[in-house]
Design a protein around this ligand. Structure first.
Ligand code: NAP
Length: 165
């Protein structure tokens, strides 16, 4: 099973503000949907709060240390390892880690693919993607999108593959 990261990051590494994404990028959401449909997606409890009920057609795995936490459309798991085991046991071929910061940090060393949306703005975020070395990643493709009716900002979607050391 491949582990893939999928994140939208501003020019300062920001990913969220006040518990949500601080931009509307309709073409990026389309890309997110096309990639993740039919797959397991793994997220932290706070990210789940922003997507609950909005990701049909995917198997949602949510991390929480709170054994009492329940989610209507997701399976709640107590550890990252338990989530990997769940996806693996279900026969998943590509698990998408969709955030937030703590979950990205945990998954980074294991991830083989990284779908990175670079948003051309500084959005005053209060949550940031963890530090990572871009040189460890090989660029497979890059697609540019322009700001307009559907997208708040210019952005690029990079498909990256971890370089084998
Ligand atoms: N731009 C993007 O691509 C993107 C993607 C995702 C999210 N976001 C944004 O990021 C923000 C949310 O991210 P966040 O970093 O604050 O929170 P988060 O990672 O979504 O959730 C954190 C919570 O997840 C649980 N958790 C995380 N790692 C765990 C582990 N290893 N084992 C067990 N539980 C674990 C804990 O829940 P408990 O407290 O219940 O134990 C923790 O408090 C929002 O603003 C959201 O909009 C942006």
């Amino acid at each position: 099973m491949i582990i893939s990261l999928i994140a939208a990051v501003d020019e300062h590494g920001g990913i969220g503000r006040n518990g949500r994404m601080p931009w509307r990028l309709s073409d990026d959401l389309k890309h997110f949907r096309a990639l993740t449909l039919g797959h397991h997606v793994l997220m932290g409890r706070k990210t789940y709060a922003t997507v609950a009920g909005k990701l049909p057609g995917r198997k949602l795995l949510v991390l929480s240390h709170n054994p009492a936490f329940r989610a209507d459309d997701a399976l709640v798991l107590p550890t990252f390892e338990a989530a990997l085991a769940e996806a693996q046991a279900a026969g998943e071929d590509e698990l998408f880690v969709i955030g937030g910061a703590e979950v990205f940090a945990r998954a980074l060393p294991l991830a083989q693919r990284f779908y990175l949306t670079r948003v051309k703005t500084i959005a005053g975020c209060d949550v940031f993607f963890p530090e990572f070395d871009i040189h460890q990643w090989k660029l497979l493709s890059e697609q540019d999108f322009a700001a307009g009716d559907k997208n708040d900002h210019d952005f690029s979607i990079l498909k990256l593959e971890k370089q084998v050391a």
